[in-house]
Design a protein around this ligand. Structure first.
Ligand SMILES: C[S@@+](CC[C@H](N)C(=O)[O-])C[C@H]1O[C@@H](n2cnc3c(N)ncnc32)[C@H](O)[C@@H]1O
Length: 363
């Protein structure tokens, strides 16, 4: 780990390599708002555990930005990161930079002013790789009259909604409207807070439902008063700026930040995604829920004689090699991608993209 101090004499050549690494900026929000690296998130050091899902994968190098008065608490934080396998590239004490350097970095979008959220977590890489193609196909056929066409995406087992937030925030030619379903309230709490941070909460609807063995959405009894839970308060507390809290209260009243009624879900979607979770009993329900020409994107654990074995998830939550291909080919879907990939811990996943036919005769 290289230690650096940003001071008035720091030069452009010294700072550019630093700007390119994803960065966790643990300075006070007010300092971050004044100026920060474009490739960074602002983190309250005490919320490290709760916000790990927003970090890049541990195999990717990261940097830390801190201010002088934080030196005392920094070493425990760094030890924690190293213990979790993170590769720390730079540890940067932000003291000052001169005005000319600031202007040059601002012009090149290497630093930014304001309380902005930048995505440094990694959405599903195949989704990132193929989303241009999916959007192009969908928009061409949609006859959409809006300047920025609106498309809908349903995420089955959305977890913290990183893939949804990526779609809602980062796509400029399309406005996605996201629907996330998960059976864990704390996942939905994280999803909601992430969407507020990323300023996309008005485009995200969350549903507390179980995708059940009979292939339907099962409504669930709420078990936790999640809005009053320690976790949620901690996550909200981190959003120091009042305007964000206010926007949150206006867009989705705190008392009802996810839906529990399956009937409120739209009947069809342009894209259905299912990442690192599958309930195979639900596969037949996907077809009627996709609009003509819509896409299914599945990236989930796979079993096959040539593939490495693993203990979790159990085999009934995995697909056999070729199973998705067979299932959707029979329905007349155009298979766009069907590959076996390996995730960071070595487990194999089948990443599969297919497009529903446009005409009923192909169905
Ligand atoms: C491994 S996580 C993946 C989360 C997310 N898709 C991602 O890739 O980051 C699996 C998610 O599926 C949810 N889940 C598991 N079984 C479910 C079910 N039967 N109904 C709804 N959600 C479920 C879990 O709560 C968890 O959030």
């Amino acid at each position: 780990m290289k230690k650096i101090s940003l001071v008035a004499s720091t030069t452009f050549e010294q700072i550019v390599p630093v700007c390119k690494i994803s960065c966790i900026d643990v300075r006070k929000k007010s300092n971050y708002t004044l100026l920060h690296f474009a490739n960074s998130i602002n983190l309250n050091i005490h919320l490290f555990g709760e916000r790990l899902f927003e970090f890049p994968p541990a195999i990717q190098p990261i940097s830390i930005v801190y201010s002088e008065e934080q030196e005392g608490v920094l070493s425990e934080f760094l030890d924690n990161l190293i213990a979790r396998g993170y590769l720390l590239e730079y540890c940067i004490k932000w003291v000052d930079i001169c005005e000319e350097l600031k202007e040059e970095l601002l012009n090149r979008n290497l630093v930014v002013e304001g309380d902005l959220y930048h995505i440094i977590f990694a959405p599903n890489p195949s989704l990132v790789q193929h989303i241009d193609y999916i959007e192009k196909e969908l928009v061409e056929r949609e006859n959409n009259i809006n300047a920025v066409p609106e498309l809908s995406v349903l995420d089955l087992g959305c977890g913290s909604s990183r893939d949804l937030v990526y779609l809602l925030k980062s796509r400029s030619k399309v406005q996605w409207k996201g629907y996330g379903i998960d059976m864990l309230e704390f996942c939905l709490a994280r999803s909601r807070v992430l969407s507020i941070r990323a300023n996309v909460t008005q485009h995200l609807s969350l549903y507390y439902l179980e995708i059940s063995k009979d292939g339907t959405f099962q409504e669930l009894e709420r078990t936790k008063d999640i809005e009053n839970s320690k976790l949620y308060k901690k996550l909200l507390f981190d959003m120091e700026t009042e305007d964000k809290k206010e926007a949150f209260c206006q867009s989705q009243p705190c008392k009802n930040f996810f839906e529990t009624c399956a009937n409120k879900l739209p009947k069809t979607y342009n894209l259905i995604i299912n990442i690192r979770f599958i309930n195979k009993a639900f596969l037949p329900s996907i077809n009627p829920m996709l609009s003509p020409g819509g896409f299914v994107f599945i990236s989930t654990f796979a079993i096959g004689s040539d593939l490495p074995t693993f203990s979790k998830p159990k085999s009934n939550h995995c697909v056999d090699v070729g199973e998705l291909y067979c299932f959707f080919s029979v329905l007349g879907y155009k298979i766009v991608l069907d590959v076996i990939e390996t995730i960071e811990d070595g487990r194999p996943v089948n990443t599969f993209i297919a497009q529903k036919p446009f005409t009923l005769s192909n169905n």
